[in-house]
Design a protein around this ligand. Structure first.
Ligand code: UN1
Length: 512
């Protein structure tokens, strides 16, 4: 499947074969900018997941027995295809999930970077050589693949995040069963085709197209050693607690955020306004790192507010395939509804609305796109109160609160950290002490200074604390979730000598 969607109904890729699976149901991929159908896909049953897991398990040994470098060679082919097809695939990302075209392409570029990182890592030295107390002992650390890795990925980064999961999992010697998001199966299909083009051995990579029931079948199956999940906090928490109770099994969950930007009295307001607009409106607010809270010092509040509001009134919402669009549509009707509900909640909680483009005017909707899922920025100011739900719950849309604070950084940090989430955040200040206080005290996994809080690179760990993660960051750090480590110690002597002064003498009963 490439270039254009077609009449064919696409299926799953299991054990080296394309298959329609055992179910009768199909589902459609829909362009959120106009509701045009992009393609039709078979919906996986639990039986299909079962087959995919059996294939992944059967392929484990042969794949594990290849060298790192041989496994990585397959991924290099995928890397080259991602590079060669960036524009084409970027357009498909944009059509399928609605984010504007520079973001569509950046998604594919980020995927290529992740594959480059994982495959490049195969030729790098691995493990730690560790000193021993005993001169005749050599000690070092080695990694082993965990086995079968189940990957469940979201629609907002339909190419990059699958590779956050799968690139390292595969290079490290695991086999994979992947369920792409049901909103972006076309991207899933193309990624699977790339794996096939690369000649990856049968059963090593398997893809099932489907919904939460298929995802759940992956999570609950005993043959899965690691579950990698990126998506909503609600589903991620369920997976983490379900899998956490099963010995030997591990779940690495990347979840949402209620990310904040602190603009201090020492901020450069050009940087502040630019960073805030990027963080709140790029991807139409649908990154898990998007910012929905702007915490601004009273000394700069009025000027910041005026400038931010002016831009929020003007940012272009439009056809995501057009290069002058800043915000495309949101992904589907549920997102539109959720956004409106939270706007309403903010009003009920006392918000003073500053920008209300939630329902766009007819002339703002691009020609031929009346059926799209359009929303515009909704910006309000509200007095900080720890009980406000609008300051704590993730909306996943262009819904932004301005919160004024007075006093020092301690107060800013108190407000910043007062959310159950802890993914990303930024401080805007020219004072290094304030910047470093934010770095040290912000309860988040991705922290920025004088930058937007979006746009992390794959060679950094990507993960959050509190409700945003469960201690296993993604991107380069996914290696921890897809491998286990062996601490290896070898004796070069015929004598056995123990560390910690432990006696190695075998004492026996005396004869007398
Ligand atoms: C997400 O927010 O859902 O840091 C993923 C970023 C991207 C990944 C975002 N590299 O903005």
């Amino acid at each position: 499947m490439s270039q254009q969607a077609s009449e064919q109904i696409y299926g799953h890729y299991i054990g080296g074969e394309w298959t329609d699976g055992s179910g009768d149901e199909t589902f459609e991929s829909v362009d959120p900018s106009n509701q045009e159908v992009l393609g039709e896909f078979h919906r996986a049953t639990e039986g299909d997941v079962d087959e995919a897991l059996a294939a992944a398990e059967a392929a484990e040994e042969e794949w594990r027995d290849l060298s790192y470098i041989d496994r990585a060679e397959y991924l290099w082919d995928v890397y080259h295809e991602l590079k060669d097809r960036t524009d084409e695939l970027g357009e498909i990302v944009t059509k399928e999930c609605g984010k504007e075209i520079s973001e569509g392409k950046a998604d594919v570029v980020e995927a290529a970077h992740m594959v480059e990182w994982a495959a490049g890592n195969a030729r790098h030295p691995h493990g730690d050589v560790v000193p021993s107390e005993i001169p005749s002992k050599d000690a070092y650390m080695r990694r082993k693949p965990r086995g079968v890795v189940g990957c469940i990925t979201p629609w907002n980064f339909p190419v990059a995040i699958p590779f956050w999961h799968m690139a390292l999992a595969l290079v490290e010697g695991n086999t994979v069963v992947w369920k792409p998001a049901e909103q972006t199966p076309w991207c899933g299909q193309i990624i699977a085709e790339m794996m096939v083009d690369a000649g990856i051995p049968d059963g090593v990579f398997n893809m099932v197209q489907g919904f939460g029931d298929a995802g759940n079948a992956i999570v609950e199956d005993d043959r899965v050693d690691t579950v990698l999940f990126t998506g909503s906090s609600e589903v991620g928490q369920q997976i983490a607690s379900k899998v956490g109770g099963e010995p030997g099994k591990l779940a690495a969950c990347e979840m949402g955020g209620k990310n904040g930007i602190v603009v201090t009295e020492n901020a450069d307001l050009d940087v502040a306004v630019h960073s805030a607009v990027m963080s709140s409106f790029k991807t139409t607010g649908q990154r898990c790192v998007s910012s929905e809270r702007l915490i601004v010092h009273e000394d700069v509040y009025d000027e910041f507010k005026e400038r931010y509001v002016e831009l929020a009134q003007q940012v272009s919402v439009g056809d995501p395939l057009e290069e002058d669009t800043f915000m495309g549509p949101v992904v589907n009707e549920q997102q539109v509804e959720k956004f409106h509900q939270y706007n309403e909640l903010a009003r009920e909680e006392g918000a003073n609305v500053l920008v209300d483009r939630a329902e766009l005017d007819d002339d703002e909707i691009p020609d031929g796109h009346d059926e799209g899922f359009w929303v515009g920025p909704f910006v309000y100011e509200v007095d900080y109160d720890t009980d406000l739900r609008c300051l704590k719950e993730e909306v996943f849309g262009p819904h932004v609160a301005l919160v004024e604070y007075s006093g020092d950084m301690d107060r800013a940090m108190e407000i910043h950290n007062d959310t159950p989430y802890g993914l990303a955040g930024a401080v805007i200040s020219e004072d290094y002490r304030q910047i470093n206080q934010f770095r040290d005290e912000a309860e988040i996994g991705l922290a920025y200074a004088n930058l937007p809080c979006i746009g992390a690179e794959v060679q950094l760990p990507f993960g959050g604390v509190k409700k945003s993660g469960n201690g296993y960051p993604s991107a380069r750090e996914a290696i921890e979730a897809v491998t286990e480590r062996t601490a290896w110690t070898m004796n070069n002597s015929k004598d056995i000598e123990m560390a910690q002064g432990l006696s190695a003498d075998i004492k026996v009963e005396s004869d007398d």
